[in-house]
Ligand binder design. Structure first.
Ligand SMILES: C[S@@+](CC[C@H](N)C(=O)[O-])C[C@H]1O[C@@H](n2cnc3c(N)ncnc32)[C@H](O)[C@@H]1O
Length: 407
């Protein structure tokens, strides 16, 4: 059997489609005008910084006032942003909503602005969510994106080379997590595409897609995946706090969630399969894809093993689970442990490549895809005009796995 996503990613058409997003139609002309471009870029950059600064200060003041006086939940985010440690219960996702889920959504919004990120709805969610973030770069990035959009709205188009090569590459190399999220989101989109190609693709619903720990994932609503019309039942499972925040945000943005079944569950104290069967009426006789993006690090090892076992023991042939894991040599260091614990969402799990393989196999699943840094950089990171990837994705960040069941 071929590797799960190779089928798609080696497909020249899709690959071309992705890189084309970053290619400039007038590249020859711009090559000739290289000198002028850098002059122009420098002036533009200065303008951006000035505009960003002008917007940043009032935006922080207004959002602080709004957070404290208007939005109850945002005031929790505010407290966690500026006074980390205070009010942090063991798992924020269950009570007031996951801040890490918001950060991921913001990263995807950033990526969708001219960097080849596929999640166009993230930007919509981002614009309607609390302007506060836990990292200063988020505020800077927000102003940056805001300026970009104002310019676009006025029909002042920045060519991809100016935007991608010159402006974003100033920020992206320092933000490894954004590159990681780009690779992860694109890869999981490929997994979803491949699953639908194998098992569904008609209007008669013949397969399930379950997003575990969905956060602000938009796969069930995005036009590029079009899951609504492709023969799949869609489910989102998450802790109560996060899920309620998401439903409010979807409503604010006018994004319809009709047809998507929402199931509340705390993975550490409840059996998500029972919740899905009872509250979601999941039909497990159909092949099911579980998308488990950016969640394993927040769970104990036994919860992860139980999840894999449930897929292996309860689901139909052809079912699979796709997830990412972090390498403990960096994610379990005291610095990261301290930082994540302070944010109220501690990282509890990390695995080496061998550990991850062993955990999957011991729960009775086969590994259909297991990808690491080099291939992900090549497939999914946006490229500069000289072909070099923008953003940093190290060789030892961890890995991405599709684990499946064949009877
Ligand atoms: C980093 S976010 C990722 C969200 C989403 N999958 C994405 O990629 O945008 C982690 C998600 O895991 C969920 N989560 C963490 N611990 C959980 C738990 N014990 N029970 C249920 N959900 C949990 C959080 O609510 C949050 O939505």
């Amino acid at each position: 059997m071929p590797s799960y996503t190779n089928v798609i990613s080696n497909d020249a058409h899709r690959k071309r489609e992705r890189t084309q997003q970053l290619e400039m139609t007038t590249s020859d002309l711009l090559d000739t005008l290289q000198g002028l471009v850098s002059l122009f870029t420098n002036s533009l950059l200065t303008l951006f910084v000035l505009l960003g600064m002008c917007l940043l200060i009032p935006s922080i003041c207004c959002s602080t006032l709004w957070a404290v006086f208007v939005s109850k939940n945002s005031s929790h985010y505010f407290v966690r942003t500026f006074f980390p440690g205070k009010k942090a219960s063991k798992n924020m996702s269950t009570t007031i909503g996951s801040m890490s889920a918001i950060k991921v959504m913001r990263a995807r919004a950033t990526l969708s602005c001219g960097l080849g990120g596929p999640d166009n709805l993230a930007l919509k969610l981002f614009r309607h969510s609390s302007p506060l973030g836990s990292e200063t770069y988020v505020c800077g990035m927000q102003s940056f994106l805001f300026c970009f959009h104002i310019l676009e709205r006025w029909n002042i188009k920045l060519t991809k080379r100016i935007y991608t090569d010159q402006l974003t590459s100033l920020i992206m190399p320092q933000v490894g997590s954004v590159a990681y999220i780009q690779a992860r989101t694109c890869w999981l989109d490929d997994v979803v595409e491949e699953f639908v190609r194998r098992h569904a693709g008609s209007s008669r619903k013949v397969a399930n897609i379950v997003i575990l720990g969905a956060g602000f994932d938009t796969r069930c609503y995005r036009d590029n995946l079009n899951l609504k019309h492709r023969g799949v039942h869609t489910f989102e499972v998450d802790a109560r706090g996060t899920q309620r925040e998401k439903l409010k945000l979807l409503q604010k943005c006018g994004i319809s969630h009709q047809g998507v079944i929402f199931v509340e569950c705390d993975f550490s104290s409840q059996n998500w399969m029972d919740c899905l069967l009872q509250d979601g009426k999941l039909d497990i006789s159909l092949p099911t894809l579980f998308v488990w993006e950016g969640v394993t690090m927040y769970l104990e090892r036994q919860t992860i093993e139980l999840t894999l076992k449930l897929v292996s023991n309860k689901c139909a042939s052809g079912s699979c689970i796709a997830f990412d894991y972090l390498d403990p040599t960096w994610s379990m260091t005291p610095t990261f442990q301290h930082l994540t614990a302070r944010s109220g969402e501690p990282w509890l799990f990390g695995a080496t490549t061998n550990d991850a393989v062993e955990i999957v196999l011991s729960q009775g699943l086969n590994i259909w895809d297991h990808l690491h840094g080099p291939i992900l950089r090549e497939r999914y990171l946006p490229k500069r005009a000289n072909g070099q990837p923008i953003g940093f994705l190290g060789d030892k960040f961890g890995g991405f796995i599709v684990a499946g069941k064949v009877n």
